[in-house]
Design a protein around this ligand. Sequence first.
Ligand code: MN
Length: 242
Amino acid sequence: MPNHNSDRRNFIKTAGIAAAGIGLTGLPSFLHAQSGAAGNAFVQQPLLYDYKGLEPVIDAMTMEIHYSKHAATYAKNLADACAAEKVDTSSAKLEDVLRNISKFTPKMRNNCGGHYNHELFWQCMKPGTATKPEGKLATAIDQSFGSFDTFKTQFTDAGKNRFGSGWAWLVINSDKKLVIGSTANQDNPLMDISELKGTPLLGLDVWEHAYYLKYQNKRPDYIANWWNVVNWEFVQKRFELG
Ligand code: MN
């Protein structure tokens, strides 16, 4: 059995050095990219729109419970796990913990993933009616999937077919290829234990807590409407940085 404590100490040392510069892939934290400020990525950030902002696609009560209860709990439990597992959140990078998640406990896996996934998810959406990607991302989607409509169908299927709770993703992998997939629970494609690997560009929460009040069991209806609130400028920015 590997010595997890020793692995973890070595990782923490490395992460301390990496934190002084740029992330392992050269991709800055999405939070820093968004705000230009050194906000602590381990802490829940303010929503950039109010709870009603995504209506009628996502109702205000779902947003309020999702953000202030579900996501806030992941952030709190992440803080507890970091304290217990000796991650210095003032110097470590959130993404580096995810990339080394096999060295940590299931509590860290569930809550570090849960926190990262939700922080990304809020920014993947914005009030108003979404159009479609433009520029280099639009070209890459056409080249990778044939057309934007085919991309949407494949991404929708990834969300519909994820059994139980989880996430659908568009990622850019280490070969700079766009890939669609899904992960279970709060896993994500940055994790070393994930089958789907890459940097998430767009994530969709398909846990029932994300849609049940308005859509009940009709996950496909939630996904079909969700396309109307996707923040393509944000996804494009992440693609261009990656
Ligand atoms: Mn959620």
